[in-house]
Design a protein around this ligand. Sequence first.
Ligand SMILES: [Zn+2]
Length: 251
Amino acid sequence: MPLVKATAIVLKSLKWGDADRIVTCYSKERGKLRGVARGARRLKSRFGAALEPFSLCQLNLFEKTGDSLYRISHVDLVRSSQKLRESLGLIDSAARMVNVVAAITPDGDPDPLLFETLVQGLASLHESEDPTFMALLFQIRLLGVTGFRPQTDQCATCGKTHFMGDPQFSPVAGGLVCLPCAAHQRVRCVALSRGSLSFLQQAIRLDPTIVTRLRASGQVRGEVEAAIEGYVTVVAGKRLPSANFLSVAGS
Ligand SMILES: [Zn+2]
């Protein structure tokens, strides 16, 4: 059984059997993977709190031929997620980030930029007083780095660049659509004011190091949240829970 070393963020951690945990991670080296941590739920487990959701850790894994489940033999905690589990607002936003990554990434398909985006997204929660807004910015960036960048320059269906009236965001088309195309969408479009469109364009284009300086409130924030929520639901193929309390609270 070859040893694999990986740097990873814990997405989910579920009880398994009497004393074990099955952990889903997004790793820099192997992409999304699942591993079993034997004895992780014993009081004096060698894994400690390193396998809690949202933790950044270094894993030693053993790969078994013909089995997609790795065996986790050793964990070093790099950044604890304890602070992110201290309030419901933080749990909700951190859970939204990891749930979207879990839903839209296939197993075993590494993407270092996606990994870095997730690490930065969770780190932004440590510094912000508005975690829901950080989760919104994270989702816009994540869509961009995973090939689902929202189309905001022309109609995503017919390509027209000049529209009459307020732009409409189509979750199914993945971007702006003109009014005639909006009438044919199978999921209702979200009307975006010019301010909302401009915010969305900036959130997509700005460098990740300064994007967190963007601000949005009231109508702009509501419209962009509705558009991204609708689009993420389509991309993920399901409506995502904002927080997975079972996995977060499970010990
Ligand atoms: Zn159109």
